[in-house]
Design a protein around this ligand. Structure first.
Ligand code: NAD
Ligand code: MG
Length: 392
């Protein structure tokens, strides 16, 4: 029986890497549905290659443009764009697995729908977990879903941990998330104000979407990953540590109570964690090259510099504050990064917007999707206001 797959965000960096792995195994996987925001031509090409039953676009004009092109090419894929279309393709009874690769809080509702429907949920969309936290994990449990991390660090930890989560509290001391340090690891902090979006998106080891690239440059990506790890592996905030490892060969590590450490290694290529998630517990070819130890000169490690990367520590602070605070932080950061990418905020002001928004919004525990979306919207308004004051 083939695994029938929905790919949310199929035109992005993770989405296209997922389809690359899927295309290597036509006997194992079948694409049920694809989704994208606005990229009509790439979606058309993906529909031609994978003949999904459904394709979802984010607006009526994009949906109509895709529909016209599909018909001209004799393709039968049905196009949806209604508000609940993503939830429909994430929870459809004919779907076995969902790759969640939309960027930002926009991916939360379809993730929850897939979790509620008990799907195998491959989670790249870390923001959904940062926003949803407790509600997300509760929905996974109640829905009987299988949650598999795709973020490379979390996939590494998942691979190093014992299979039975019930044994983790007695065995695991802490986890060590590795971080590249991004493109500005050695740049003079006094010059951070002049950084352009293209400089921030030039990651040393990975080609990724623009939002996560900026997050890697500020290390807010690692802050979001600390929060992601807290929920995925049910850890206390102080059990999660971060170490800079510029080569990104070790993808993360687990330290056990006896001081033994297990690490997962490999070339930095997202197709590896994607293949792990797609096939788990089996192993399939990912297309990534093998690690050549004889070509490695050294593996280096260093602490993150708190002056250069002030945002990193907001993760622990937010995790120790009221539940909902991580949703405020995520919304602020999405607004700030969006403004930076469109030239309306200085790079070093991203952190200032995040701090000001955390100060301005005091959340109560959000216990439903509606409450989370309200908190997200309220935090975005506060962040826009803070950013407006800084830009003035
Ligand atoms: P990307 O920008 O390349 O792709 C995002 C995808 O989501 C695109 O298909 C886009 O059309 C779609 N999308 C964007 N906004 C949308 C909206 N409002 N509604 C519906 N669809 C929308 O991003 P990416 O780099 O592939 O990252 C995707 C997710 O995976 C992010 O949460 C990111 O943090 C996570 N992630 C990415 C990498 C990586 O190497 N790229 C690694 C680890 C985790
Ligand atoms: Mg990562």
């Amino acid at each position: 029986m083939k695994q029938r797959l929905t790919v949310l965000g199929s035109t992005g960096s993770i989405g296209t890497s997922t389809l690359d792995v899927v295309a290597r195994h036509p006997e194992r996987f079948e694409i049920f549905a694809l989704s994208a925001a606005t990229q009509v031509d790439l979606m058309l090409a993906q529909c031609a290659q994978f003949t999904p039953r459904f394709a979802v676009m984010a607006s009526a004009p994009h949906a109509r443009a895709l529909e016209d092109k599909l018909r001209q090419n004799g393709l039968a894929t049905r196009v949806l764009y209604e508000a609940d279309a993503l939830e429909t393709i994430a929870s459809h009874p004919d779907v076995d697995a969902v790759m969640a690769a939309i960027v930002g809080a926009a991916g939360l509702a379809p993730c929850l729908a897939a979790a509620r429907a008990g799907k195998r949920l491959l989670l790249a969309n870390k923001e959904a977990l940062v926003v949803g936290g407790g509600l997300f994990m509760q929905t996974v449990k109640e829905g009987g879903a299988t949650l598999l991390p795709i973020d490379s660090e979390h996939s590494a930890i998942f691979q190093c941990l014992p299979e039975d989560p019930a044994t983790w509290p007695d065995r695991v001391d802490s986890i060590l998330l590795t971080a590249s340090g991004g493109p500005f690891r050695q740049r003079d902090p006094a010059t951070l104000s002049q950084i352009t979006p293209d400089q921030a998106c030039a990651h040393p080891n990975f080609s990724m979407g623009r939002k996560i690239s900026v997050d890697s440059a500020t290390m807010m990506n690692k802050a979001l990953e600390v929060i992601e790890a807290r929920w995925l592996f049910d850890l206390a905030p102080d059990q999660i540590k971060v170490v800079i490892h510029p080569q990104q060969i070790i993808h993360s590590m687990v330290q056990f109570n006896d001081s033994s450490i297990l690490a997962q290694l490999g070339t930095p290529d997202m197709r590896v964690p994607i293949a792990v998630g797609l096939a788990w517990p089996e192993r399939i070819a990912s297309g990534a090259s093998r690690l050549d130890f004889s070509a490695l000169s050294a593996l280096a490690f260093e602490d993150a510099d708190a002056i250069r990367f002030p945002g990193l520590h907001l993760s622990w602070q937010a995790l120790k504050a009221a539940e909902g605070t991580t949703a405020v932080l995520n919304a602020a950061n999405e607004v700030a990064v969006g403004r930076f990418l469109s030239g309306r905020l200085r790079f070093d002001h991203i952190h200032a917007v995040n701090l000001a928004t955390l100060d301005a919004v005091s959340p109560s525990k959000p216990d439903s999707l509606a409450a989370l979306l309200d908190l997200d919207a309220q935090s975005r308004r506060a962040a826009e206001q803070a950013a407006g004051l800084l830009a003035a």
